[in-house]
Write a protein that binds this ligand. Structure first.
Ligand code: AMP
Length: 439
């Protein structure tokens, strides 16, 4: 038997409903903030990630899926979404649009050769956003507000926003030198990887996954101390906008991020929820003012974030949200040959009217058809036998209330639509007042 590749998984039909709901919430919140969807290829020239994400990051050094294609080109399955979006805006000259900032979001698979565990796969999915073309601190606040609103719309609780600033390229470089000097005096106290890492990428040492409680790291010099006046002002303004937007945050002076391209604002969203286990980070992001230029585009400041979709879904499992509502409106039970023919006619009409319907395809006896209806979990069960057909009626059972009524065949569509609408409490999506989710 051929089995799936380690670190990948199948999304079976019983799980896709939750994904679709998450994607719908993302699309709705993105509209609120006027972000539009962009879709870029899942593989790109390897050089894009080497130059974009950084040669010395763990992601590029140890985790990329690189291969030579049949034309001997070195290609890489994307480990993150920003580099591809930036390549696309440069290649398509979107930076010259008069309609700035560009505000894009994406959802799609990413690939990293990491040790698989709960909340960490080799093929996983990210929802990310990029706002490009402005260095205004309002845009940093807007992007964080968008991320926070998404978590609110999902009704996720116990979420923390951690924020810090690395300053511009020069501030970051000066901080790098200070940090490297500090670490060089206590190399033996670092984890084996960091004993080398501190030389080529000292900031990554602070983001060490193995050793985050190490006092050497906790007491390390902080990037905020290396900020110049303009960087500090920008950071203060971002915080002031967040205050005005009613967003709670914690300034975490030790926060750096694993990717090289960040400058100025960096942030992470963390949730303290049992289903997440040790993988508490739902997402993170920051400014990357120099990335577009470093990939041969113009000076084009930008800020963005990425969430792990699997993590968001894991987090939602902690919220004891009710089972997603049944999206099947009707299960049709037909008994007898004539009724079977008539049921196919009725099903067609109901479906053309927008109702989601299912029926029996095994000529099961009545009891078996009811059992199958239970599995499908519809809002209504329609029972049509030859007797009902002779009178042009059908029995309609409301599975929520348990009531059953006889309804004229030509009335049944209206009857079901009216019943669904009166249940909907004039809200769309999930309504806390309803026992079930509303439609
Ligand atoms: P990063 O691009 O490393 O900042 O990751 C952003 C988010 O993607 C993280 O906060 C996680 O939620 C998610 N993520 C990163 N790597 C993985 C992985 N291997 N498996 C599942 N989710 C991941």
């Amino acid at each position: 038997m051929i089995t799936k590749i380690k670190g990948t998984y199948d999304l079976l039909p019983e799980q896709t409903a939750a994904w679709q709901q998450l994607e719908e919430v993302i699309a709705a919140v993105s509209k609120l903030y006027h972000f539009q969807e962009i879709r870029t290829p899942i593989f790109e020239a390897s050089e894009l990630f080497h130059r974009g994400v950084g040669d010395t990051t763990d992601i590029v050094k140890k985790e990329t899926y690189d291969f030579l294609d049949r034309g001997d080109r070195s290609v890489t399955l994307r480990p993150e979404g920003t580099a591809g979006v930036v390549r696309s805006i440069i290649e398509n000259k979107l930076y010259s649009s008069p309609n700035l900032p560009l505000k894009y979001y994406y959802i799609g698979p990413m690939f990293r050769y990491e040790r698989p565990q709960k909340g960490r796969q080799r093929q996983f999915h990210q929802f990310g956003a990029e706002a490009m073309g402005s260095f205004d601190p309002r845009l940093d606040a807007e992007v964080i507000g968008y991320a926070v609103t998404l978590l609110k719309a999902l009704r996720l609780e116990n979420v923390k926003v951690k924020i810090n600033s690395l300053g511009d390229k020069a501030s970051k470089l000066s901080y790098r030198t200070t940090l490297q000097a500090y670490l060089s005096t206590q190399v033996e106290g670092l984890c084996t990887d960091c004993q080398h890492r501190y030389l080529e990428n000292p900031l990554r040492v602070l983001d060490c996954k193995v050793d985050h409680d190490n006092p050497i790291l906790i007491n390390a010099p902080k990037p905020l101390k290396s900020l110049n006046e303009a960087d500090q002002l920008h950071f203060n303004q971002v915080l002031a906008y967040l205050d005005a937007m009613g967003i709670d945050y914690i300034v975490d002076e030790s926060l750096v991020r694993g990717l090289d391209y960040y400058t100025h604002t960096v942030f992470e969203l963390e949730a303290d929820l049992p289903t997440l286990g040790s993988q508490a980070t739902l997402g993170g992001g920051g400014r990357y003012n120099d990335l577009v230029e470093s990939l041969d585009g113009p000076a084009f400041p930008a800020v963005g974030f990425a969430f792990g979709m699997e993590r968001l879904l894991l987090a939602l499992e902690s919220m004891e949200q009710k089972k997603p509502a049944s999206y099947t409106h009707v299960f049709m039970i037909a008994l007898g040959d004539k009724a079977s023919v008539a049921s196919m006619n009725l099903l067609t009409k109901l479906r053309h009217g927008g109702l989601i319907c299912e029926t029996d395809f095994f000529s099961r006896p009545l009891k078996g058809q009811f059992k199958q209806a239970e599995r499908v979990n519809p809002k209504f069960i329609l029972i049509l036998g030859d007797d009902e057909l002779a009178q042009n009626v059908v029995n309609v059972k409301n599975t929520k209330t348990g009531t059953q009524e006889t309804v004229a065949l030509e009335e049944v569509y209206r009857y079901i639509v009216d019943a669904i609408q009166s249940e909907a409490h004039q809200c769309s999506g999930h309504c806390s007042e309803c026992e079930d989710d509303c439609e």
